[in-house]
Structures are given as C-alpha cells and as structure tokens.
Write a protein that binds this ligand. Structure first.
Ligand SMILES: Cc1ncc(COP(=O)(O)O)c(C=O)c1O
Length: 255
C-alpha cells in the first residue's frame, strides 16, 4: 500500500507526490491501527534525482509516521528517485542507513526502485539547426526535435538540460542568444533563452546532454512527429543506428 510521509524535498510541485491534495498514498492519520490482512508492505516514493542525504532526512519522517505499523508488514519499498549513480552520491551513507534500518526492523525486506539512475548520463539527444528565424527581436533556432514530443519535462517543469556550447540565461536579447524552437505544430514548443558561444549555422548540431532516461520513456508522436532514432556511438567514432522511427509508426498505431 502506498503511503504518504507528508515530507518531500522535491521543490517542483509537478514532481512532488506529497504536495497538498496528492492522489499518491495514504497519510498516517487515515490508517487503521490494524491493517487489512492482505496488506503486506508499504510503498513510499517521494524522491526525485535525490542524494542519500535527502533520503536520510526523509527516512526520519517515514519512521516517525509509519513505524508503528512495521510489525504488521513483510516489506517496505522506498521507491525511486535515488540517484545512486551520480558522481557525488554518497553510496556509503545509503549502505550504512539501510544496514541500520535492517538492524532496527530485521523482519522487513527493503526494496528500492530507482529508474533514472540506471540510465544517468548514458546518452545525449542530438538535434540539428534547420533554420534561424526572428520576430520582434527574438531569434529562434528551429531544431529537428520537439520539446513537447521529445523533452516534455522542458516545458512542464520546466527542466533546463545542459546544452553543449550553451548556457541557459534570463536575458532575452544579446549576441548568440537564441530561443530553441521545436518542430511540432504547438506554438509554445520552444525553450528560452540560450546563450551560445558562437553564431548558430543551419545544419549544425545542438546537443542536449543526458536526455536518454526521460526521452526514451516520454516521447510521443503528436501530430506526426517521429520519435528520435536510437544509436550507439562506438569508441572508434562509428555511429551505429539501432532503431529508426518514421511516419509509419505514427500511422500504424491508429490504423
Ligand atoms: C513509484 C515510482 N517508483 C520509481 C520511479 C522511478 O523514479 P526515478 O526514475 O526518478 O528513479 C518512479 C518515477 O516516476 C515512480 O513513480
């Protein structure tokens, strides 16, 4: 059963499963003293790209709220969002926390279900400049990728990925400053505003770093935009395209 610890350090409401009115998890004040017989475990997911220190602080709240039910459980699942493959993630802290937790509740099987940690920094999304257009002093580099179709987090959150040779800035005007425009029919399919270190040329690559983990699971084919191809860049520089998508994938889904 999913429970809500009413504590999450995720600041963006879109990603915060403990935000007021959440539809995720039962809070402690709604749980009966005696759980229904078929409840074997608690599930709690309230991290997002978090470090072990966040988990450490969150665990205090989880135990405070829910440990009185632990004797009735066989397992506890601490969800995903543990970014344990990030360079500065304190793996030793995670291990010692889990060992101590196990000492306190030796009958509980502990489950973690990280997702993005498996694919963290394993692949960029490579796009190309197909045009540069200007309106009312705003210059847009039109790309052959779409924010709404391929990187929806960039519009929803908004999440600002690392873009090679560019930096996200607040200014709207300046040299080498571009809005990046997607190729869907959505007017708002763009991300402002990126300061490049050179003038963008039609045909050149604009590379979004570390996008594979959410690009592969979140892409859609809104109004016929294809999913990005998936390729492997070998150490000798050879690019092997593993999968290509086209109009047929869009059509066949509905046909
Ligand atoms: C219940 C649950 N578990 C695990 C995950 C994986 O999270 P992450 O990819 O951030 O590790 C998610 C992601 O939304 C989730 O909702």
């Amino acid at each position: 059963m999913r429970v809500n610890p009413e504590y999450s350090e995720v600041e963006t409401l879109l990603y915060n499963p403990c935000a007021p009115g959440t539809r995720f998890g039962i809070s402690a004040d709604h749980l009966p003293e005696q759980l229904p017989a078929d409840i074997e475990g608690f599930h709690c997911h309230c991290h997002c790209e978090s470090g072990a220190d966040v988990f450490q602080r969150t665990l205090v709240h989880i135990e405070e709220k829910f440990s009185r039910w632990f004797p009735q459980l066989k397992w506890i699942n601490f969800g995903g969002g543990h970014l344990m493959t990030r360079k500065d993630y304190d793996v030793d802290l995670l291990i010692s926390m889990m060992q101590q937790f196990h000492q306190r509740y030796p009958w509980l099987k502990v489950i973690l279900e990280p997702g993005s940690a498996f694919a963290w920094q394993t692949g960029p999304l490579v796009s190309h400049v197909v045009d540069v257009v200007e309106d009312q002093g705003i210059r847009t580099a039109i790309l052959d990728v779409s924010f709404t179709c391929h990187m929806p987090d960039c519009l929803e959150m908004p999440y600002y990925p690392d873009v090679r040779h560019a930096e996200h800035v607040e200014e709207q005007n300046g040299q080498y400053l571009y809005r990046l425009g997607g190729n869907s029919c959505l007017s708002g399919d763009f991300m402002s505003s990126w300061q490049f270190d050179h003038e963008l040329q039609v045909g050149e690559e604009v590379i979004f770093e570390d996008m594979i983990h959410y690009t592969t699971v979140k892409t859609n084919t809104f109004n016929g935009i294809s999913h990005p191809a998936i390729g492997m860049l070998h150490e000798d520089g050879k690019l092997e395209i593993l999968k290509r998508f086209g109009y047929e994938d869009y059509r066949n889904r509905m046909d």
